[in-house]
Design a protein around this ligand. Structure first.
Ligand code: SF4
Length: 227
């Protein structure tokens, strides 16, 4: 029998039908030098063919043999990300005002807080993609994420309901000038609404934008105190 993805180990079978790609989650796509060294050491040790920054800012190590998967994870010092983590739940952040001259807000700090407070987003059966950008340039594509944030001098713009894929959707702005604390507060309520909707018969497994197009925004705005 041929090989297949090993979702429990977050290992994706490659086109050679022999080796796997695994990914290391990098908070907001940023890593320190020791982490970069560790990844490079693991890549050399296990004969990784290529390193690839994924679209969701993780580091993919491509070309690991099945028998080396556990050891590679151990050397990386991370736990395997099971199936749902594969592009299903992620926060993509641009460098924001930490590095980018155009940045109006601290995207990396917000991404870290969102990750620490909410990740993994439990019991949401559909994708949860969050894009955090430090200005209108939108380098992390907040308008096509389930939840999008854009930093401006007066605070954060919050958008919901975007998606890429076969039926792309542009997120709608539901709040402006939010402080970081207000963003976290509202985010908790949005995720609660999304979780409850993703468990309801009529809206099971649907992306947030599809749920909102069916139900309208009122219930979400009420739940978030944004009426
Ligand atoms: S969205 Fe703005 S702040 Fe972020 S990287 Fe792009 S230009 Fe810089």
């Amino acid at each position: 029998m041929g090989k297949d993805d090993i979702l429990a180990k977050g290992a994706i079978l490659q086109r050679d039908q022999e080796t796997y790609a695994i990914t290391a989650r990098l908070l907001a796509g940023v890593m320190d030098i020791p982490t970069a060294h560790r990844i490079a050491d693991v890549a050399e040790k296990y004969g990784v063919k290529r390193l690839k920054i994924t679209g969701d800012s993780r580091m993919a190590l491509i070309g690991i043999k099945e028998e080396d998967l556990d050891a590679a994870y151990e050397d990386l010092g991370i736990k395997p990300q099971p199936g749902t983590a594969l592009c299903q739940q992620f926060i993509k952040a641009c460098p924001g005002n930490t590095f980018c001259t155009r940045g109006q807000q601290d995207t990396l700090s917000l991404a870290q807080k969102v990750e620490e407070q909410f990740y993994p987003f439990p019991k949401i059966s559909s994708k949860v993609k969050i894009g955090i950008s430090g200005c209108y340039n939108s380098c992390s594509e907040p308008a096509i994420k389930d939840i999008g944030l854009i930093g401006l001098p007066k605070g954060w713009i919050l958008m919901v309901g975007g998606a890429g894929g076969k039926d792309p959707m542009i997120a709608q702005v539901i709040a402006k000038n939010l402080s970081e604390d207000e963003v976290l507060e509202v985010l908790e309520k949005i995720l609660k609404y999304y979780r409850a909707s993703s468990q309801k018969h009529q809206t099971r497994n649907m992306r947030l934008g599809v749920i909102l197009s069916k139900e309208g925004n009122e219930r979400l705005l009420r739940a978030c105190g944004l009426e």
